[in-house]
Write a protein that binds this ligand. Structure first.
Ligand code: GDD
Ligand code: GTP
Length: 427
């Protein structure tokens, strides 16, 4: 049989999804009308042989419980459990810690999904490649522009056999345009021994470990390194840095190159392109959930049934309107997520933006970001020589006064904007 694991991380020390993650853990943030993590479940539910799903992270148990109750009703064929790490163990450390639970019932293989990606998750195709090649591991890859590639794990593969020849996490220089999408299928008998060898290497020469990439350095070394006799399992082990390149060297490791959409959801602004991609997919699948196209609805648009949108407001493309939102007459919204209980007064214009919970946008106000190229994997742009967010974000309960213009700003919760602002972080 086959199981699935979704890696969700924990309450972030990081700042990239702020200010939105101050209210809600990133995996539960709504994109195209559904929590980010629900899109993973929809893909998993499309693979009939998966019966069991684990969410692994270091958030408190209670955080995911309401979501698990909901998703278990939506997909009754799936048994869903949250497994909590007592601290960040790293992407491989978490899997290893819970190996007994994962191995129960002797599944031959299991999927691992990073929760913070937006993808069509072609799991069935990955399974097929796994079987065709008699593989021990398969990862999903996608091509990105050369200038973005080294922000990701880079894969050198044999174009013909699809074998992974070489894997380097966030390399310094250019290695390949084919990058790791954060979606894997592992043979159980391959992955756990591979993680165990990585842990062994690490505990044998802990002080010699250093990584070329500085980004996640803190989480890659011992937690509390002054303490010499800590539990061996408290070593953070990362799939990407510590395990995958070994599997590439010694195992039957293949890559499925996705031709479909894929995007990382790291910054708060990246929820806007993710929203667009999932809405476009829903539209292509003729989802009943989307608003019916009309003169004032340019698809794809999602409107929660409890929202009230004036018929003279023009929405779309790529707009999600959350529960109990009110949108007044003559409003224009595109490329935007409007969260629960917000109010947008008549003739306001909102574009390339996220409007936080219970925010109020005044009449004739303009809240706008800047479009980024469709191929861009970054949500910052350079304006007048300064790096700014391409998406304008209003945190929870912000207010924009009538006729005020807000451009390329990130606004922390509970702020009242009474004058025009641009290219600022409003704290
Ligand atoms: N349970 C658990 N425990 N989950 C974790 C931990 C941990 O200690 N650390 C990270 N995660 C989760 C994150 O929430 C995320 O879903 C996933 O694991 C990977 O996160 P990062 O470790 O921050 O890696 P990354 O996103 O910078 O890079 C990874 O994903 C890219 C694709 O989005 C790598 O796999 C790259 O190679 C890849 O290109
Ligand atoms: P910046 O500080 O903004 O560069 O970002 P960051 O990577 O530290 O945090 P971000 O909010 O972008 O989160 C990235 C992912 O890592 C999320 O999925 C988090 O859940 C996860 N994460 C958060 N804290 C930790 C940690 O201490 N260790 C590890 N390994 N992952 C974490």
């Amino acid at each position: 049989s086959t199981k699935a694991v979704i890696l969700v991380g924990g309450p972030s020390r990081g700042t990239r999804f702020r200010p939105l993650s101050m209210e809600l853990p990133k995996p539960l943030f709504p994109v195209a009308g559904h929590p980010i993590i629900e899109h993973c479940f929809r893909a998993i539910a499309g693979v009939p042989e998966i019966k069991e799903v684990f969410i692994i992270g270091y958030y408190e148990e209670s955080v995911f419980q309401p979501f698990i109750d909901y998703i278990s009703t939506a997909f009754p064929q799936l048994s869903v459990k949250y497994l909590r790490e007592y601290q960040a163990l790293g992407t491989a450390g978490g899997l290893y810690h819970f190996r007994d639970v994962i191995l129960k019932g002797k599944p031959e293989r299991f999927f691992v999904l990073n929760a913070d990606v937006c993808s069509s998750f072609p799991l069935t195709e990955m399974l097929k490649l796994f079987e065709d090649k008699d593989a021990e591991a398969v990862m999903l890859g996608t091509r990105v522009a050369t200038e973005s590639a080294n922000n990701f794990g880079c894969i050198v593969s044999d174009a013909h056999t699809k074998r992974v020849l070489h894997y380097v996490e966030k390399p310094e220089g250019h290695i390949s345009n084919l990058i790791n999408c954060g979606v894997y299928l592992f043979a159980t008998e391959c992955i756990f021994p591979a993680i165990r060898s990585a842990m062994k290497r690490r505990t044998e020469r802990p002080r010699l470990v250093s990584y070329p990439s500085s980004e996640n350095l803190e989480s890659s070394i011992y937690q509390g390194q002054d303490d010499d006799d800590e539990d061996k399992e408290s070593v953070v082990i990362r799939l990407e840095q510590d395990v995958l390149s070994d599997i590439a060297d010694s195992r039957q490791f293949f890559v499925l190159e996705s031709k479909d959409f894929w995007r990382q959801i790291k910054t708060a602004g990246s929820a806007v392109p993710a929203n667009a991609l999932y809405l476009t997919k829903a539209f292509q699948m003729q989802s009943e959930e989307l608003a019916k196209p009309s003169a004032n609805i340019l698809p794809p648009v999602y409107i929660h049934p409890s929202a009230h949108v004036d018929p003279t407001a023009k929405l779309g493309p790529n707009v999600s309107i959350g529960p109990r939102v009110t949108v007044g007459a003559g409003v224009r919204i595109k490329e935007t997520i409007v969260l629960e209980d917000s109010e947008i007064k008549h003739d306001a214009c909102v574009m390339y933006a996220i409007v936080g919970w219970k925010s109020k946008i005044g009449a004739w106000a303009r809240v706008e970001g800047t479009p980024t190229p469709i191929t861009s994997h970054s949500t910052s742009i350079v304006k007048n020589g300064v790096k700014v967010q391409s998406v304008t974000i209003l945190g929870k309960e912000c207010g924009v006064a009538d006729e005020v213009r807000v451009q390329n700003c990130v606004c922390l919760p509970y702020k009242e904007l009474k004058r025009d602002v641009s290219n600022e972080v409003i704290m």
